[in-house]
Design a protein around this ligand. Structure first.
Ligand code: NAD
Length: 258
């Protein structure tokens, strides 16, 4: 049976690979991105996120079977926490009603192995409190204090915590809507390309994300796991962070963390 799946960040990298996988198996995809998708929206702003939800509801007729949030930024952009966190949380919350109209709804959020790295706690707290003003202030402080490298792990840590919290909140698991996180290691996409161009950055990245199983992944490797979590057959998995990282998380955290 064909399913309708909303994929943010569908114009590139992992999101584009998810689109290809789903379309190959006969599903319909509503992509959301800055360009080249069915829904064009800037997920960095509240107005853009509201517009994205409205356009998805209109184009879907008010029922969607899955939401996958791949849109994201890396680096040190002030918009990073807004896209990476609110671009998922507000979109998923805004589509909860449409998901509940499906017989087998599924939500898959894209986290990162980076969530296991040191974070900026005020930023994580502000994100989880959905306090946009505090997020903007914490982001500015992180950039000014020379801790810009913590923006990305902070956004992904907050996202994983939000997903685990939401998964078992009223209106989600009890309404039959699983929410899970897929957390990749290093994936060969336009996002990681910039790092590979700089031998010093590549060395830092290889030390930070050891991937003994098969090394760096292709976007298709991550898409197949997302496809598994989206499928109606995956019935009892929720609130989980599934690392698709070639063994990085197990290497870094060891055997007592599970
Ligand atoms: P990518 O840059 O290829 O794709 C990201 C997409 O998000 C792009 O199409 C971009 O246009 C879109 N996007 C960015 N800002 C947006 C905005 N304001 N509004 C709407 N769309 C916006 O990157 P990717 O590697 O495919 O990343 C996908 C997800 O996977 C991201 O959340 C990223 O953090 C995560 N991730 C990537 C890696 C990696 O190594 N590539 C590792 C771990 C996690």
């Amino acid at each position: 049976m064909s399913r309708l799946v909303v994929v943010t960040g569908a114009a590139s990298g992992i999101g584009a690979a998810v689109r290809r996988l789903l379309e190959e198996r006969g599903d319909r995809v509503l992509g959301v991105d800055l360009e080249g998708t069915e829904v064009i929206a800037d997920l960095a702003t509240a107005a853009g996120r509201d517009a994205a939800v409205a356009a998805v509801l209109e184009q879907s007729g008010g029922a969607v079977d899955g939401v996958v949030t791949c849109a994201g930024l890396s680096g040190v952009a002030p918009a990073l926490p807004h896209v990476n966190f609110f671009g998922t949380t507000e979109l998923v919350a805004g589509l909860r009603g449409a998901l509940s109209a499906s017989r087998a709804p599924r939500v898959v959020v894209i986290g990162s192995i980076s969530a296991t790295q040191p974070v900026d706690q005020p930023l994580v707290d502000a994100l989880l409190a959905a306090d946009v003003a505090a997020v903007t202030a914490a982001t500015a402080a992180a950039l000014a204090d020379r801790r810009p490298q913590q923006l990305y792990p902070s956004s992904k840590s907050a996202l994983a915590q939000w997903a685990r919290r939401t998964a078992v909140s009223a209106g989600w698991a009890d309404a039959g809507i699983p929410v899970n996180v897929v957390a990749p290691g290093v994936v060969l996409t336009p996002m990681s390309e910039a790092l590979f161009g700089d031998p010093r950055m590549k060395k830092v990245m290889d030390a930070a994300v050891p991937m003994p199983l098969h090394g760096y992944s292709a976007p298709e490797d991550v898409a197949r796991v997302i496809g598994f979590l989206l499928s109606p057959e995956t019935t009892h998995v929720t609130g989980q962070v599934l690392y698709v990282d070639g063994g990085a998380e197990a290497t870094l955290r060891g055997s007592t963390h599970f």
